[in-house]
Design a protein around this ligand. Structure first.
Ligand code: ZN
Length: 406
């Protein structure tokens, strides 16, 4: 028995236990983190290597009941968690939305095949997915404009970009959660194709692929669709996540999310679903009640590096996660979701690890939404239900869509 196996055996027996380990021989003290305080002190000794370890729990802080803050390792932001406020057991009863009965084709929808869009263009009779430049784009390809000399109190720089819309399906009445896996694989293919094509343009530095789903998120059209914005600047959240990931990589020689994934897999409590290439989990620092992330198991910087198998697995995990979301409150679950990936045409991006964030607003039923107001607008994000409880509910949600259960 060596020091390593002793410590490992302790950790196995008392996972996440706060321990003071005194190595008498070396006069060294270790402090490890834990979440249980009811364990008695334990002594372990080994005659062979003359090791003597005594450990006991010094902690009286309980992460499952006490107010505390957590840190988002990607952004460095704090999240205030107040589990004592959501102690009431779940009643199980949830308000359901009235059955959503959209037609497969809506003649008034500007995204359905064959229909006219607002600016007069006519959509083709597409059968899989369809991509077009947004008629009301937030960014424009204005050419290379130069700003006047910078004033350090009034700072403005030109932003050049291209905004595209991607219809996921010709069917007006479907969502990612309700589409067949073969159709979802085609959506992932289009994301990769669009990313590849846009990244060949030298002035494009960042490409944001995202979906805004549901009226609650301000989405104006229920036809299943997402967006791709490509731009000449790097958004601040990407810069922040990139900097922290790069710092971690330089210190540890592996990506931060790779290390995080390994640690989460050992603990298991926040994992929702996993396949060969991807993991879906509730991040330790989740701000929104049912916020999740999909993280690729391989250290890849962008969707460009995904193999055919990894794309198929991404489609599968997207479907599984969105089905669980819909089943949670038996409603078409609203969210804003999108990939975070390395900037393009911007030099070495070592440390960047592809991932996807899901930010759903629902709190405890199809109609009760969480608002980020007050303290959250002025100080930090705050939540009551812990990420662990949210993960448990998503783990327990069925992976068969409630509409298919009949
Ligand atoms: Zn991110």
């Amino acid at each position: 028995m060596n020091l390593r196996t002793v410590i490992e055996s302790i950790l196995l027996k008392y996972p996440l236990f706060y321990m003071s380990i005194y190595l008498l021989k070396f006069d060294v003290c270790f402090h490890l983190c834990c979440d249980k305080s009811d364990k008695p002190p334990v002594t372990l000794s080994c005659d062979k290597c003359r090791l003597y370890i005594e450990y006991k729990c010094d902690m009286n802080f309980d992460i499952t009941t006490d107010p505390h803050t957590r840190i988002d390792i990607l952004t460095g932001e704090r999240i205030l968690v107040s589990p004592h406020r959501s102690k009431r057991p779940w009643q199980g009863q949830v308000e359901k939305h009235s059955a959503d009965s959209r037609p497969a084709h809506d003649p008034t929808c500007y995204l359905c095949p064959g229909n006219h869009r607002a600016e007069g263009d006519v959509n083709p009779g597409y059968t899989d997915s369809f991509v077009f430049v947004n008629d009301y784009a937030a960014l424009l390809d204005t050419g290379d404009k130069q700003a006047a000399a910078e004033d350090n109190l009034f700072i403005a720089t030109p932003e050049r970009g291209i905004c595209k819309v991607i219809c996921f399906s010709p069917r007006h009445d479907l969502t990612l959660a309700e589409m067949d896996i073969s159709a979802l694989i085609k959506v992932v293919d289009v994301w990769q194709d669009e990313f590849r094509a846009l990244s060949t343009t030298e002035w494009i530095k960042y490409i944001q692929i995202f979906e805004n789903k549901g009226a609650m998120m301000g989405c104006s059209n229920p036809h299943p669709h997402g967006q791709i914005w490509a731009q000449s600047g790097i958004p601040s959240s990407i810069e922040r996540e990139g900097q922290r990931q790069q710092d971690y990589y330089q210190r540890h020689g592996q990506t931060m999310l790779n290390a995080y994934l390994t640690a989460e897999k050992e603990r298991g409590e926040r994992l929702i679903v996993e396949n060969e290439s991807h993991v879906a989990l509730v991040p330790f620092w989740a701000k929104w009640p049912f916020e999740t992330m999909i993280i690729s198991k391989r250290e890849v910087q962008t969707i460009l590096e995904f193999t055919a198998e990894e794309k198929r697995d991404l489609a599968a995990i997207l479907r599984d996660l969105t089905v669980r979301y819909d089943n949670l409150f038996e409603t078409s679950f609203p969210y804003s979701a999108g990939m975070h990936q390395a900037p393009v045409n911007s030099g070495n991006q070592r440390g960047w690890h592809w991932h996807m964030h899901f930010y759903p607003p629902l709190l405890r039923s199809a109609t009760v939404k969480k608002f980020m107001v007050g303290y959250e607008m002025l100080a930090d994000a705050q939540r009551d239900i812990t990420p662990e409880v949210a993960a448990e509910r998503l783990q327990q949600a069925s992976d068969v869509h409630y509409k298919r259960k009949g």
